[in-house]
Design a protein around this ligand. Structure first.
Ligand code: C2O
Ligand code: CU
Length: 463
């Protein structure tokens, strides 16, 4: 009885809060995603709202939830002063729907629209974001979540998407710091923020019950920040990475890392007592742990604790066969501050680093700056590829392949989890392997978006 009362009081409070903030009541998952300018309260209230670019007025954009195998149709309508397009990150998608302006489609001009229409073969936690000038457009807010539900989802008391953001705002009035492509940032760690938060606010809190079992879907939408996280007041298991289920849930004991664009699905049991809170903590640069998302414990759910969760059902095509005689490729990341790079190929000719820098370019992939007419690799449909990533820079890079997931091939030959974005550390080469089973033109780039725009973008062709 008591729990019921509290629950009703809580719902009432939430409705009141929504009314107070004037949030319009409308479907969370619209058929039309309207890219537009809005003002959203990201920073603490004394700063006032920040002017952001959103999908449909929401930051993060509308939470799309669809069943596995479904056909997804959404119309992008551009109500912005600039052209844009949507990329469906991590979806093994039809190439024509991949949303990469200049490669798979033309950017959609202001006033224009584009109909995205694709199916989602894999269950899991995905996201969508602008892929036109993404270093600026994603930083301004153009991203949202795409959850593909398993037919047999594990039983939980709540399923929460936690969109981790990292905003670089002016300290005076909390507007986006410009320019977005600041050379100092592009050539170093990228656009790192000065305000981190979750689901569009600096202080995300969600009431829970003690002993509740929650599924938490973490998505790092930051431009450059590598989140270092840990759990407090809850016991958790990693269930999936980048949408793809782990063969066995992995108990989270210490800190874990989430690079830009990466996702992790956790199942957590709230262990903090009533009146206290469970917290997702992040490690800040000053070496202090601060709340990234809070879960105040408001009541008791059940007295008994549960067994550890069973693994999520596997997605189709998670095997990477034939690594032994795979085609071998190597990609060397070069450039940036604090390392010497003499120069690289750019727009069809060799350029010194100084000249590159003069044009806002600081990085190269295997001696090539940015996109060219020729792909980095021409692959045959169905072949297995082993790609060595060599990081000759002084920075970590979150390397992302469109269209296909890959697995790390570890030194002992064992395979890592299947993912679409992997963090490469300086002077620590790593091998990834994948089956080139999705035909089309696929980007391969650093998801520190400032790096991607200043040289670290290339593409492969599968045909
Ligand atoms: Cu999430 Cu090419 O990007
Ligand atoms: Cu990078």
């Amino acid at each position: 009885m008591r729990a019921k009362m509290t629950r009703r009081a809580f719902c009432g409070a939430m409705a009141g809060a929504a009314g107070l903030m004037g949030l319009p009541l409308r479907a969370e998952d619209p058929a039309v995603l309207r890219a537009q300018v809005n003002r959203v309260q990201i920073a603490p209230p004394d700063y006032g709202p920040t002017e952001v670019w959103t999908y449909d007025g929401r930051l993060p954009g509308p939470a799309l939830r669809v069943p596995q195998g479904a056909r997804v149709t959404r119309r992008l309508v551009v109500d912005l002063p600039v052209p844009t397009s949507i990329h469906w990150h991590g979806i093994r998608i039809d190439n024509a729907m991949d949303g990469v302006a200049g490669l798979t489609q033309d950017a959609v001009p202001p006033g224009g629209s584009f109909d995205y229409d694709f199916t989602v073969p894999d269950a899991g936690t995905y996201w969508y974001h602008a892929h036109t000038n993404s270093f600026e457009q994603v930083a301004r807010g153009l991203s949202g979540t795409l959850i593909v539900e398993e037919p047999d989802a594990p039983e939980v008391d709540g399923d929460e998407v936690l969109v981790l953001g990292d905003w670089l705002l002016t300290p005076e009035d909390a507007q986006f710091m410009e320019p977005f492509g600041h050379p100092m940032r592009l050539s170093h760690g990228g656009r790192l923020g000065n305000l981190a938060g979750t689901n569009g606010t600096w202080d995300h809190a969600r009431p829970v019950a003690r002993n509740a079992r929650m599924r938490l879907r973490l998505i790092n939408t930051a431009n450059a920040r590598v989140f270092v996280l840990r759990l407090s007041g809850m016991e958790g298991w990693a269930m999936a990475l980048d949408g793809m289920p782990l063969t066995a849930p992995h108990q989270v004991t210490g800190e874990f890392v989430l690079a830009p664009a990466q996702r992790i699905d956790l199942i957590v049991d709230i262990t903090a007592p009533e009146g206290e809170e469970a917290v997702l903590l992040r490690l800040d640069n000053d070496d202090r742990w601060r709340p990234q998302a809070r879960f105040p414990v408001e009541r008791q759910a059940s007295l008994s604790r549960r067994d550890p969760p069973a693994p999520l059902p596997a997605n189709p095509r998670m095997q990477v066969p034939g690594i032994g005689d795979a085609r071998s490729l190597e990609m060397v990341m070069e450039g940036g501050a604090m390392r010497r790079m003499s120069g690289a190929m750019m727009i069809g000719r060799t350029m010194g680093f100084r000249e590159m820098a003069g044009q806002g370019q600081f990085w190269a992939l295997s001696g090539q700056v940015g996109m060219t007419d020729q792909p980095f690799a021409q692959l045959h449909l169905g072949e297995t590829v082993r790609l060595r990533l060599v990081n000759d820079t002084a920075f970590a890079h979150a390397m992302h392949l469109h269209g296909m997931h890959f697995r790390e091939v570890r030194a002992d030959g064992s395979l890592g989890p299947m993912r679409d974005t992997i963090l490469s550390y300086p002077d620590d080469p790593l091998d990834i392997a994948f089956v080139a089973d999705n035909p089309g033109k696929w980007l391969l780039h650093c998801h520190m978006l400032g790096h991607a725009t200043s040289g670290m973008t290339t593409w492969i062709d599968v045909s």
